[in-house]
Design a binder for this molecule. Structure first.
Ligand SMILES: Cc1cc2nc3c(=O)[nH]c(=O)nc-3n(C[C@H](O)[C@H](O)[C@H](O)COP(=O)(O)OP(=O)(O)OC[C@H]3O[C@@H](n4cnc5c(N)ncnc54)[C@H](O)[C@@H]3O)c2cc1C
Length: 400
């Protein structure tokens, strides 16, 4: 777990650090600034230009290890690079490493047919298009995915999809061309065999993105989080992923790497929050003393270092276990990281906000948006309680 990075990964890390310094941090404000209403969901020329630069620099698809389009990094190696790109909320898309596309590319690589890969995976890997993942529904408690109500019904050579989804990240973007939709294809089958996942082109008749949802007011344009209606949407039968009734298998394949990538990025965000907390503390004085000399602020800084180190260790352990034993065998370590890291990163970022005073809550710093991100991940990809419940089952099971 404490080995050196390979020369390839180490060279990529150095290049990534230099790219972040030269291109990402100086453009961060412009990239994160809410766009004008009319252009909200359109691709941003600056982001597209930086994507081209990242690709030209060989800093593309760093997460991907299924073929020559990727960098062949292990999860443990990618963790250390993902932490660097996670330092800016604007960065993941620039390196084609953003959710939900990463998870969708994983799904298509693992379970897609040759035709599905040709049509959807290839343009996702080049960054030509974006995608979304539509599982959560407003009408049911979706942390239990067996509740999902969307209907996927076979009709000759087609399937017909009917349902309402929300929190479909990426759906609002003009560049989003395909959705992976989870629904029920056989309500009489055993509980975990009723669900299927199917590829639905976003321009298919009957697909409507009704509105964008916001997280503490952040709309995350140009990707967004859509409420999407599927009204008698007909798609060819060959759009089914893996096979009818195998939706849960597909979901499991997706969520392992996806969950851990969020954790890696949040460690980068927390690390940067601590850095600017220290800069701020050293640059301001009140009541006759420097913030950096005030006990309460020094405690906040010291505790933040402890918190980040713990969060990084559980994340690296999860990545290391995934590499050695596979995603399924690493599920407990992934669950621990998924619970620990968002909460820990949230605490560190919250302390940084406090030290910044009003400035920390403003759009002049990345802290407020970063805090909102960490809060969302205590619910997204499964609420903390569901992961704790799974861990409790394992622990109690040890006594049987
Ligand atoms: C910003 C954002 C982006 C998202 N992106 C996507 C996306 O791209 N695609 C997608 O499909 N979904 C997405 N989601 C949805 C997310 O995955 C769901 O919100 C999450 O799974 C919880 O489902 P729910 O909202 O229906 O909450 P519910 O299932 O109604 O749960 C509500 C609360 O009940 C409690 N609870 C639930 N189960 C238990 C339990 N076993 N024990 C104790 N307490 C429990 C928890 O506190 C939980 O927060 C996103 C959400 C957010 C906020």
């Amino acid at each position: 777990m404490f080995a050196e990075l390979s020369p390839h990964a180490s060279a990529l890390r150095d290049k990534l650090v230099a790219f972040m310094d030269e291109h990402v941090y100086p453009n961060e404000h412009a990239l994160l600034k809410p766009p004008r209403e009319a252009e909200k969901w359109s691709p941003r020329p600056l982001a597209m230009e930086l994507m081209r630069k990242a690709k030209a620099a060989g800093l593309w698809n760093l997460f991907y290890n299924h073929g020559p389009e990727g960098q062949g990094l292990s999860n443990w190696e990618y963790s250390q690079l993902c932490e660097i790109l996670g330092r800016s909320l604007a960065a993941p898309e620039i390196f084609n490493c953003n959710a939900p596309d990463v998870g969708n590319m994983e799904i298509l690589s693992m379970y897609g047919t040759d035709a599905q890969k040709e049509r959807w995976l290839k343009p996702l890997l080049t960054g030509e298009i974006r995608s979304c993942f539509a599982m959560t529904e407003p009408r049911v408690a979706s942390s239990d995915a067996t509740n999902i109500e969307t209907d996927i019904r076979r009709d000759g050579d087609h399937y017909v999809v009917n349902g309402r989804k929300w929190w479909t990240t990426g759906a609002n973007s003009e560049r989003c061309k395909v959705a992976i939709v989870m629904g029920k294809s056989d309500r009489s089958a055993p509980k975990h065999k009723q669900q299927s996942m199917i590829l639905v082109p976003m321009d298919a008749p009957g697909v409507t993105v009704e509105r964008a949802l916001s997280v503490y007011g952040y709309e995350h344009a140009p990707l967004g989080h859509g409420e999407v209606v599927f009204d008698n949407v007909r798609v060819p039968a060959e759009n089914m992923l893996l096979g009818e009734g195998r939706g849960f298998e597909v979901a499991q394949g997706r969520l392992g790497p996806g969950r851990i990538h969020h954790c890696m990025r949040f460690i980068g965000l927390a690390e940067r929050a601590l850095e600017i907390m220290c800069e701020r503390a050293k640059s301001r004085t009140a009541f006759g003393s420097s913030f950096a000399e005030m006990g309460a602020i020094r405690q906040a800084i010291g505790q933040s270092r402890c918190d980040i180190e713990q969060a990084r260790l559980v994340t690296l352990k999860a990545a290391w276990t995934m590499d050695r034993l596979g995603n399924k065998a690493a599920r407990n370590e992934i669950a621990v990281a998924k619970i620990v890291v968002p909460e820990t990163a949230g605490k560190v970022i919250d302390r940084a906000i406090q030290v910044h005073g009003g400035a920390g809550l403003s759009q002049d710093f990345f802290l407020a948006e970063a805090f909102a991100e960490t809060r969302f991940l205590r619910i997204g990809d499964g609420p903390d309680e569901v992961h704790r419940e799974a861990l409790a089952r394992v622990e109690l099971g040890k006594l049987n």
